[in-house]
Design a protein. Structure first.
Length: 94
């Protein structure tokens, strides 16, 4: 499962702007909020590319950072944060 920066911030108990600020301070993302070291951090972060058609402006393209599942604990470690325990729901286990 991948998360947006807003979803990752929520899971870490932060706001999105605070998470972005901390990640920039540590050099994890650049000024465009994209991973600064994509090859090094590829197990934790990725770039999602999107596109859509606008009636007057034509094709529009965007990029955003996604945090992979292992990236939550990795981010907490990189930023010196405590990750709240995730409760596991085992009701569906046979």
């Amino acid at each position: 499962m991948e998360r947006t920066l807003a979803q990752a911030a929520n899971q870490l108990g932060l706001t999105r702007p605070k998470l972005i600020s901390l990640m920039r301070e540590k050099g994890l993302i650049n000024e465009r909020n994209l991973p600064a070291h994509l090859t090094r951090d590829r197990n934790y972060l990725r770039i999602k590319e999107s596109h859509w058609y606008h009636e007057q402006l034509g094709m529009q393209y965007s990029q955003s950072t996604r945090v992979k599942q292992p990236g939550i604990h990795w981010l907490a470690e990189q930023l010196g944060l405590h990750v709240p325990a995730v409760t596991v729901d085992n009701r569906d286990v046979a």
